[in-house]
Design a protein around this ligand. Structure first.
Ligand SMILES: Nc1nc2c(ncn2[C@@H]2O[C@H](COP(=O)(O)OP(=O)(O)OP(=O)(O)O)[C@@H](O)[C@H]2O)c(=O)[nH]1
Ligand SMILES: [Mg+2]
Length: 469
C-alpha cells in the first residue's frame, strides 16, 4: 500500500495522563530504536539490547546529562510488532512532569507526535490487521460491558475478515465460471444442457453461500447494537406508584428521592446498571397525572420525549389503589413503546384483580405483581428483563460475527448487487452483465476490509481513536 507516507517515526503517551504508578510512551518507525537509544542509559551497559526484552535503566537528558526518570524500556524489532515497524515502549513513572519531559526529549531528538489512532493505522497500512480488526480495537477500548467486549474480541481475532474473505473467494470462483459461459455456443444441444447446469450451480453458489449468510449477518446488526451500546429503559406511571423506589432498587443505591407525597419526581433522573452483561440506562420520570401544574406538565412532556428513545418502558401501577383515569393517561402516553407492566405494592391488600387490567388495557403482556421493597422479587424482575430484552433477542449473536454500522451499509449494498446478479442468472442474461453485478458486490466486501484506497474513510475511522493507540 503506497497511498500514505510511512517513513517518519512517531511517538505518543499511550496511557492516560495523570498521577499513576506507570506511564507508557510508545515510538514506532524506522528511527524508533535509534532515537530511544539517544535518551536511554541502561544499567547493564555491557549487554546489547535484545528485541522484545525489557531493560532497566535511566532516561537521561542528552544535553544536560540530567537523569529524568528510572524506567523499563522494550525495544521491539520489525516486523513482530503492533505496527510491523520498529517499536520502542518506555515504561516510566506516570506524572504530568515526567511524561511531558520524556516526550519533549523524544520530540527534540527528531521524532513526531502521533495523531489519534496512528499506531493502529500503521498496523493496518502495513497489512498486520484489516479494517474490521482496526475497528474492533476501538470497540475493545470503548466496551463498557462483557457482551460488547466479547463481540469486539471476535472481530479483533479476525473472524469477520475470514468470513468476508471466504465470500470474496466464492464470488471470484463464480466470476471464473461466468467466463466459461461466455465461450458456450447455443447451437449444440449438449452444450445447451451444460450451460443450463452451469447457470443453476452458479445461482446456488451466489445465493446459498454468499447472499444468505450476508442476509443473516444483517439481521444480527440490530441485536448487536444492544450488546455494543446497551439498552434504555424508562420508568413510567401515575404519581406515587413507586417509580423512584424501583429506580433505587434496580440500581442498588438511593439515587432518587422517594416520598409518600405524590408528585415528588419532577425531572428525568437517570443512571446506569448492568443487566446480563449489558449496560442499561435507566430513566425515572415525573408521574403522569390528569391535572398537572405547570412544572409537572413540563416533566410529563419530558417523560413522553424519553419514551420515544427508549427500548422499553416499565409501566408501574399501584396494586393497592383502584385503577383510574390517570392510568388510562399513562397507557395512551406509552403509544407503541414495548412495555413491561409491573403491579407494585403487592405487599398491601389488592384493590383490583389482575384480570381487570387486561380488560381495561387489551393487548398488554401479563403483568408482574411484586413489591419493590422485596429484594427477591426485584431480582425476579431483573431476570425477566434480561431474558426478554437481552438473552432471547441476542441469542444469535453469541457465537457469530455482528457487523457495525459501516459494515452493515457495505453488506446491504453487496446484497443488493448479489440479488440483481441472482435475477440475471435466472434470466440467463449475458455473463458480462452478471459478472458486473458480482464485481460491485466484491467492491463492497473489499471496502469492509479496507482494501479500497479511501483515505477519507480511514480518517473517519482512525480519528475516533485516542492518541497513543
Ligand atoms: N408498601 C409499599 N410501599 C411502597 C412500595 N413501593 C413504593 N412504596 C411507597 O410509595 C411511596 C411513593 O414512592 P415513590 O418511589 O416516591 O413513587 P413515585 O412513583 O416515584 O412517585 P412520584 O415521583 O411522586 O411520581 C413511598 O412512600 C414509597 O415508600 C411497595 O412496594 N410497597
Ligand atoms: Mg418519583
Amino acid at each position: 500500500m503506497d497511498f500514505e507516507p510511512l517513513r517518519d517515526t512517531i511517538c505518543a503517551i499511550a496511557t492516560p495522563v495523570g498521577e499513576a504508578g506507570i506511564g507508557l510512551i510508545r515510538l514506532s518507525g524506522p528511527e524508533a530504536i535509534e532515537t530511544a537509544r539517544k535518551i536511554f542509559r541502561p544499567k547493564d551497559r555491557d549487554s546489547g539490547p535484545r528485541s522484545h526484552m525489557l531493560r532497566y535503566g535511566w532516561i537521561v537528558d542528552p544535553v544536560s546529562g540530567e537523569e529524568v526518570d528510572q524506567v523499563l524500556t522494550c525495544f521491539m524489532a520489525a516486523p513482530r510488532t503492533y505496527t510491523r515497524e520498529d517499536v520502542v515502549e518506555i515504561n516510566c513513572h506516570s506524572g504530568y512532569a515526567v511524561l511531558d519531559r520524556i516526550l519533549g526529549l523524544l520530540l527534540g531528538a527528531g521524532v513526531r507526535l502521533a495523531r489519534p489512532g496512528e499506531f493502529t493505522r500503521r498496523a493496518f497500512l502495513n497489512g498486520r490487521i484489516d479494517l474490521s480488526q482496526a475497528e474492533a480495537v476501538i470497540e475493545t477500548i470503548r466496551s463498557r460491558s462483557d457482551q460488547g467486549l466479547m463481540l469486539a474480541n471476535r472481530h479483533l481475532r479476525g473472524d469477520f475478515r475470514q468470513l468476508v474473505e471466504s465470500w470474496l473467494e466464492i464470488l471470484s470462483e463464480a466470476q471464473a465460471g461466468l467466463e466459461a459461459l461466455i465461450d458456450f455456443s447455443d447451437d449444440l444441444a449438449e452444450e445447451a444442457e451444460q450451460e443450463q447446469l452451469l447457470y443453476e450451480s452458479l445461482c446456488r453458489k451466489v445465493f446459498e453461500e454468499v447472499a444468505e449468510p450476508i442476509r443473516s449477518a444483517l439481521e444480527r446488526f440490530e441485536q448487536g447494537r444492544v450488546l455494543r451500546e446497551g439498552l434504555t429503559f424508562v420508568l413510567v406511571g401515575k404519581p406515587n406508584v413507586g417509580k423512584s423506589s424501583m429506580l433505587n432498587s434496580l440500581l442498588g443505591k438511593d439515587r432518587a428521592i422517594v416520598s409518600a407525597a405524590p408528585g415528588t419526581t419532577r425531572d428525568v433522573i437517570e443512571d446506569m446498571f448492568l443487566l446480563g452483561g449489558v449496560q442499561v440506562r435507566l430513566l425515572d420520570t415525573a408521574g403522569i397525572r390528569a391535572k398537572p401544574d405547570e412544572i409537572e406538565s413540563l416533566g410529563i412532556e419530558m417523560t413522553i420525549r424519553s419514551l420515544s428513545h427508549a427500548d422499553a418502558a416499565l409501566w408501574m401501577l399501584d396494586r393497592s389503589r383502584p385503577l383510574c383515569e390517570e392510568d388510562q393517561g399513562v397507557f395512551e402516553a406509552l403509544g407503541d413503546t414495548p412495555c413491561v407492566v409491573v403491579l407494585n405494592k403487592s405487599d398491601l391488600p389488592a384493590a383490583f384483580p389482575a384480570e381487570s387490567l387486561e380488560n381495561r388495557f387489551p393487548g398488554l403482556s401479563p403483568a408482574i405483581a411484586m413489591s419493590v421493597h422485596n429484594p427477591r422479587e426485584v431480582q425476579r424482575l431483573k431476570a425477566h428483563l434480561a431474558e426478554t430484552f437481552i438473552n432471547r433477542p441476542v441469542h444469535n449473536c453469541r457465537s457469530q460475527i455482528v457487523p457495525n454500522l459501516r459494515q452493515k451499509e457495505c453488506l446491504e449494498k453487496a446484497l443488493d448487487s448479489l440479488l440483481k446478479a441472482g435475477r440475471l442468472l435466472g434470466e440467463k442474461a449475458f455473463g458480462e452483465l452478471i459478472s458486473f453485478e458480482i464485481e460491485l458486490a466484491r467492491k463492497q466486501l473489499e471496502t469492509i476490509l479496507g482494501r479500497s484506497h479511501d483515505v477519507d474513510l480511514l480518517d473517519r475511522i482512525f480519528l475516533r481513536f485516542c492518541v497513543g493507540k
